[in-house]
Design a protein around this ligand. Structure first.
Ligand SMILES: [Zn+2]
Length: 260
C-alpha cells in the first residue's frame, strides 16, 4: 500500500517536471534561439562585407542559420500565395509606376551572396519614387515614403548606422525571413529603419522610410529608390535569387491615393 502510494507520488512528480520543462521550452528557448540566429545572420553579412570570411565559410554559416530558422518556424499556418499574400512595398505607389525598367532591371547571372568581390549582377528590382530634388520626400506630398513589408516574416538583421561618406553599398538595410516562401528579402538604401531584429512583421507593416543610403544610391546620378531582392532557399538552405516582378504586379497596394 505504502509502496503503491510512493509510486504514484513519484509518477506525479515526474509529470510535473515534464510539464515545467516543456513550459520553459515554449516560453523562453525559442526567443533565445531566435536572437542567436539573428546575431549570427548579422555577423555573416558583416564578415562578407569586410572580406574577413571565405565564401565557403560564409556559405556554411549561412546554411546553419537557415536550417535553425526553418526548424523554428513551421510552415503549417501558411496561407495561399495569392495577391493578398503580397503588399507592394512602396506606400502610395504601384508596381507599374515605380519598378525600374518595367521589370527589366533584374540580372541574376553571376550573383554570389557570399563573395563580395563578384560584381555586375543585380538579382533585384529598384523601386523608384518621384523625388527630383533628392531630399527623400515624395514630390507629390513633401512627405517621406513608407517602405512596407512585401510579405510577412521575421526581421533577421538591420543596418542603421550608414553615413554619407561610407563606401558600403547597401546603406541602411533590412533582411527579413519569410518562413512560408522559405526565403529571405533584402530591402536596401533606406533612410530610417523602423524594425528590430527578432521582430515579426506582417505584410504591409511599415518597416522603413525610403532613402538614398549606400555608396551608389547616394550619388546624384541615382534616383531615389528601394532595392528589393528575394533569395529562395534550396533544400540545403542555400540562397537562390528569384525574380519577384510578377509578385509585385499582383501585390495589393496600400495608400494608392497620395492624399491618404
Ligand atoms: Zn538595386
Amino acid at each position: 500500500m505504502v509502496k503503491a502510494l510512493l509510486m504514484t507520488i513519484k509518477r506525479m512528480v515526474g509529470i510535473v517536471l515534464i510539464l515545467s520543462i516543456s513550459g520553459w521550452i515554449n516560453e523562453s528557448e525559442p526567443s533565445e534561439k531566435l536572437s542567436e540566429s539573428c546575431a549570427a545572420f548579422h555577423q555573416i553579412q558583416m564578415d562578407i562585407r569586410d572580406d574577413v570570411i571565405s565564401p565557403d565559410s560564409a556559405r556554411a554559416a549561412f546554411r546553419a542559420v537557415m536550417q535553425q530558422l526553418r526548424a523554428e518556424f513551421k510552415r503549417d499556418t501558411c496561407h495561399a500565395i495569392d495577391s493578398a499574400y503580397f503588399v507592394y512595398p512602396v506606400k502610395n505607389y504601384t508596381a507599374r509606376e515605380s519598378v525600374g525598367g518595367r521589370g527589366k532591371g533584374y540580372r541574376a547571372d553571376g550573383f554570389d551572396l557570399f563573395d563580395n568581390n563578384v560584381k555586375g549582377s543585380h538579382p533585384a528590382h529598384d523601386l523608384f519614387i518621384k523625388d527630383k530634388d533628392q531630399d527623400n520626400l515624395d514630390d507629390r506630398t513633401w512627405k517621406p515614403v513608407d517602405v512596407l513589408a512585401f510579405t510577412s516574416g521575421i526581421v533577421l538583421a538591420t543596418e542603421t548606422g550608414w553615413k554619407f561618406d561610407s563606401e558600403y553599398r547597401g546603406g541602411n538595410w533590412i533582411w527579413i525571413y519569410d518562413p512560408c516562401l522559405d526565403g529571405v528579402f533584402y530591402y536596401a538604401h533606406n533612410n530610417i529603419i523602423e524594425v528590430q531584429p527578432g521582430q515579426w512583421v506582417n505584410a504591409g507593416d511599415k518597416i522603413a522610410e525610403m532613402g538614398r543610403s549606400g555608396y551608389n544610391a547616394y550619388q546624384k546620378r541615382s534616383p531615389t529608390h528601394l532595392h528589393l531582392m528575394f533569395l529562395q532557399l534550396d533544400e540545403y538552405g542555400m540562397p537562390l535569387p528569384v525574380n519577384t516582378y510578377d509578385w509585385m504586379l499582383m501585390a495589393t497596394t496600400k495608400g494608392s491615393s497620395p492624399d491618404e
